[in-house]
Design a protein around this ligand. Structure first.
Ligand code: C5P
Length: 306
């Protein structure tokens, strides 16, 4: 055995996702509140003769097992930065929904960066690692950092936020994923059609939500959850309306589409309530899979290798 390292990386949801104008570089200016949840992928990087990617888990067939995988691109970017060869075997134990709006691909890239930096014993600063992460994707820096953070720019500029206590969630995973660029294109289309967007939050900072999060009062947080991308996700997958309704009827305090969707995230009063909402949602047949998770939790962390 030539040595290796494993990183465990959480999924994310956006408690607030405000989408501003489309920029010249093709990205939208955002104001978002990220929250890392206790649903994890594990990325192992081992020294090898060539770069390879193996994906394990139920959804492995939906994930590219080649150099286009974001984890492979992360290893190549880090190797270039360090002046070394990216000759590693990457194994991803996939647990985060694929194309679900929970930053699963970004989590794998973040895990690959953290694990490869350890494998190669790199002397790299956190800021350097976060800059490489940002080049790989807008959500990758947050997957490294985790916790709860305000994201601006295209989502890559982060400020940690104060939070008290744990929030308990039920996640309804859809059978068919949504492509993030498609959802952003759809919001542009809807906005061009209806010039007036009374419910859009845009790039304003979500101050009331920040205060509610700091107070640790789940009942104050619930009505402030917001996602500007939700109308676009609902337009592309109208069945999600039923899912959102079913979660609220099952006793969740509030439900939103997570990021670009189609996973729906339901905030519950406590851990017991989450278990009962999950049981009821599972029986309602509106989702392919139903999971419980809590957060905020830390970002990508090294774990002892198996
Ligand atoms: O940064 P990432 O690779 O995750 O972005 C994927 C796609 O999502 C982008 O190519 C763009 O179409 C869209 N996007 C956007 N504005 C953002 C983030 C992502 O339009 N702030």
């Amino acid at each position: 055995m030539m040595g290796g390292a494993t990183a465990r990386v959480p999924a994310k949801i956006n408690l607030h996702l405000g989408v501003g104008p489309l920029r010249d570089d093709g990205f939208h200016e955002l104001s978002t509140l990220y929250c890392a949840l206790s649903l994890y992928d594990e990325v192992t990087v081992r020294a090898a003769d060539d770069l390879s990617v193996t994906v394990r888990g139920e959804s492995r067939r939906q994930v590219p097992a080649d150099a286009t995988n974001l984890a492979a691109r992360a290893v190549v970017a880090l190797a270039t930065h360090a002046g070394t060869d990216p000759r590693v075997a990457i194994t991803i134990a996939k647990n985060i929904p694929v194309a679900g709006g929970m930053a699963g691909g970004s989590a794998d890239a973040a895990g690959a960066l953290v694990a490869a930096a350890r494998l190669w014993r790199l002397d790299i600063t956190r800021d350097e690692l976060l800059a490489i992460a940002a080049d790989l994707g807008s959500d990758v820096p947050f997957s490294v950092v985790g916790g709860a953070a305000l994201g601006t720019g295209r989502g890559e500029r982060l400020l940690p936020v104060l939070h008290r206590g744990e929030l308990h969630w039920v996640l309804a995973v859809a059978g068919t994923g949504l492509s993030t660029p498609d959802v952003y294109r759809e919001i542009d289309r809807l906005r061009a059609r209806d010039e007036d967007q009374p419910t859009a939050a845009g790039t304003a900072r979500p101050d009331p939500l920040l205060q509610a999060l700091a107070s640790g009062d789940v009942h104050a947080v619930a009505p402030l959850l917001h996602n500007d991308l939700q109308p676009a996700a609902l337009s592309l997958q109208p069945m999600l309306r039923r899912t959102l309704r079913a979660g609220r009827e099952a006793g969740a305090l509030a439900g939103i589409v997570s990021g670009s969707g189609p996973t729906c995230a339901f905030l519950c009063a406590d851990a017991d309530a989450a278990v009962s909402v999950a049981a009821e949602l599972s029986g309602s047949g509106v989702a392919k899979a139903v999971r419980t998770a809590s957060g905020p939790v830390p970002g990508a962390r090294l774990v002892p290798i198996n």
